[in-house]
Ligand binder design. Structure first.
Ligand code: UDP
Length: 328
């Protein structure tokens, strides 16, 4: 059995990916400091508790498990917090990734799948946005993702290491078998927040911006199901194991939905009404962010299967109704 080291394996996308790795005959070793991840989400392989900035700990874990590849999810993700505390983001996302790459290099582990983000595009000049669009992040979070992409390119040129950088659009939904779901604290994402409002845990949902130049005035995003994202990581891993060259690809559904369309889907699927209130735009939120997905299909053979809005909301609802609902 081959072993894959999954940093951030106790997190939202990481845990879904570990489940799929195990399903396809690999041993996922989750490396997570549990600052945001959950130990009980690590169920398909061992958990090694550690922080990616801790080179000694990384060295120990890599030596113990000798992984054939690393899938690197660990990092800070809240865009707003990155504006307030950029140092934390540079430390964890950039210094941490550097430590990981150095330890991988020292141990001869030469394949890495990296969690990048559509935030590297900033406010894209065109939609759908292709991988060749200029990179112009508008938050320290996006800057850290761009910096790690550049670092991966430099390491590939200098040492022949191979990477796949996956630029995620909006991850959403939950494991269709109900074993895993989204658990962020604080929760900033649209779908889980709308579901909390549907459950009566919030008095209303704020719509950040109702004056965008879009058909209903609210921002358009490309929501991609977390199980499809997990499958994209496996496709990237297979691509690298087959000797593929370093690659950077968008991972999205290739279709956009406005905030209002998402809220309407949540009301329809849950059958529970909830209030919405217009609120100011969030700084740096582009009007529209939708992936051009041709490269992922062409190079990785990956296409989304569960990323229609109804499947996303239905699987997320099943999870949140069970895990967030107040005790009866
Ligand atoms: N959004 C909103 N209200 C919320 C949370 C998000 O209107 O309570 C909007 C946000 O401004 C963006 C979209 O929903 O246009 C998706 O936001 P999310 O935070 O889920 O992901 P992001 O696009 O920031 O990665």
């Amino acid at each position: 059995m081959t072993t894959v080291l999954v940093t951030g394996g106790a997190g939202y996308i990481g845990s879904h990916t570990c489940k799929l790795l195990a399903r396809t005959g690999r041993l996922p070793v989750a490396f997570d400091d549990l600052s945001n991840g959950h130990a009980d989400a690590v169920r398909w392989g061992p958990l090694e508790v550690g922080n990616i900035e801790d080179s000694r700990r990384l060295r120990e874990v890599i030596a113990a498990w000798r992984p054939e590849a690393v899938i690197h999810f660990a990092g800070l993700i809240e865009v707003g917090r990155s504006v307030e505390d950029p140092a934390a983001f540079y430390r964890t996302n950039v210094t941490g990734s550097l430590a990981l790459l150095e330890e991988m290099g020292a141990a001869g582990v030469r394949r890495i799948v990296f969690s990048s983000s559509a935030s590297v595009y900033g406010v894209p000049p065109a939609s759908p946005v292709s991988e060749d669009a200029p990179l112009d992040p508008v938050s320290p979070y996006g800057e850290t993702k761009r910096a790690v992409e550049a670092m991966l390119d430099a390491f590939a040129r200098a040492h022949g290491a191979r990477h796949a950088a996956l630029r995620y659009f909006n991850a959403a939904g939950a494991d269709p078998e109900g074993e895993l779901g989204e658990r962020h604290d604080p929760e900033t994402h649209l779908v889980p927040r709308a579901l909390r409002a549907a459950l009566g845990l919030e008095s209303h949902i704020a719509i950040f911006g109702t004056d965008y130049p879009t058909p209903d005035g609210t921002a358009i995003r490309d929501y991609v199901h977390v199980s499809d994202l997990a499958a994209a990581h496996l496709a990237a891993l297979d691509y690298l194991v087959a000797g593929g060259d370093p690659v950077t690809v968008n991972i999205g559904a290739g279709r956009g939905h406005s905030v209002r369309q998402v809220l309407d889907a949540v009301r329809r699927i849950t059958g529970r009404p909830f209030a919405e209130r217009p609120a100011p735009r969030r700084t740096g939120d582009p009007p529209e962010l939708v992936a051009a997905t041709g490269r992922a299909a062409r190079l990785l053979g990956w296409t989304p299967r569960l990323s229609d809005l109804d499947s996303i909301v239905e699987t997320a609802w099943a999870w949140h109704a069970r895990h967030d609902a107040p005790e009866a």
